[in-house]
Design a protein around this ligand. Structure first.
Ligand code: AP5
Ligand code: MG
Ligand code: ZN
Length: 213
């Protein structure tokens, strides 16, 4: 099963993807995580991407398309995968469709997680992530047992550089202008599975499992 997780910044794509890995046994492919990993490794691609990410802008299509193309052909993707944060504009979606056709694959479902803007700002500005294992937290909605320390691996928690109020507002604008049109694009392919993204994280997960049937 090949799934696209679609939703604004802070909708809970990453949070729900972690649960879906367990449920469906398929990997999460987050272009944002891959770009941050490239930056952490100090590669040229990572350093170039950071210039766009810090502004809340999209990294050029060729860069992310290249990353995804290589990743979906790895062995652990043989039974399917979840794309988190890709595609992010209609051009990427069209390129993806062409790429999958060549590989004899297709997207089966697009899970569209809907959350109002005011809630997104609260979620993003309070998000914390583990430097070592990547586990996600929120200072109010999902706090770690000990301030700044990961429950799972005792790693240090950090705040993403793009989670400040100014960059969050640019990211929301970019989402509305460039990513939201994907809802119509995939509606045209009858692939949209809408999920109300406000409420308890476990409850939202149950809604996703339900729409995926
Ligand atoms: P990316 O890393 O993909 O960021 P994003 O799309 O902005 O999404 P987020 O990761 O911020 O949100 P999320 O939906 O995963 O939320 P989460 O589960 O963490 O991209 C970053 C940048 O990389 C982009 O701006 C761009 O520059 C570049 N990029 C990436 N992909 C690209 C592409 N394809 N093309 C071009 N450029 C690209 O949850 C957020 C917080 O809320 C957490 O703290 C969590 O604990 C909390 N939370 C989750 N669910 C709930 C709930 N139900 N109730 C309360 N709190 C909740
Ligand atoms: Mg994410
Ligand atoms: Zn950790």
């Amino acid at each position: 099963m090949n799934i696209v997780l679609l939703g604004p910044p802070g909708a809970g794509k990453g949070t729900q993807a972690k649960r879906m890995i367990q449920q469906y046994g398929i990997p999460q492919i987050s272009t944002g995580d891959m770009l941050r990993a490239a930056l952490k490794a100090g590669t040229e691609l990572g350093l170039e991407a950071k210039k766009f990410m810090d502004k809340g802008a999209l990294v050029p299509d060729t860069v992310v398309v290249g990353l995804v193309k290589e990743r979906i052909q790895q062995a652990d993707c043989a039974k399917g995968y979840m794309l988190d944060g890709f595609p992010r504009n209609v051009s990427q979606a069209k390129t993806l469709d062409g790429m999958l056709k060549d590989l004899g694959q297709k997207i089966d479902h697009v899970v569209s997680i809907e959350v109002p803007d005011a809630e997104l700002v609260k979620r993003l500005t309070g998000r914390r992530t583990c430097r070592d294992c990547g586990a996600g937290y929120h200072v109010m909605f999902d706090p770690p047992k000990k301030d700044g320390v990961c429950d799972k691996c005792q790693g240090q928690l950090y705040q993403r550089d793009d989670d400040n109020e100014a960059t969050v507002s640019s990211r929301l604008k970019v989402y509305n202008d460039q990513t939201k049109p994907l809802i119509d694009y995939y509606q045209g392919q009858s692939k949209i599975r809408g999920v109300h993204g406000v409420g308890d994280m476990a409850e939202i997960f149950a809604r996703i499992v339900k729409v995926l049937g």
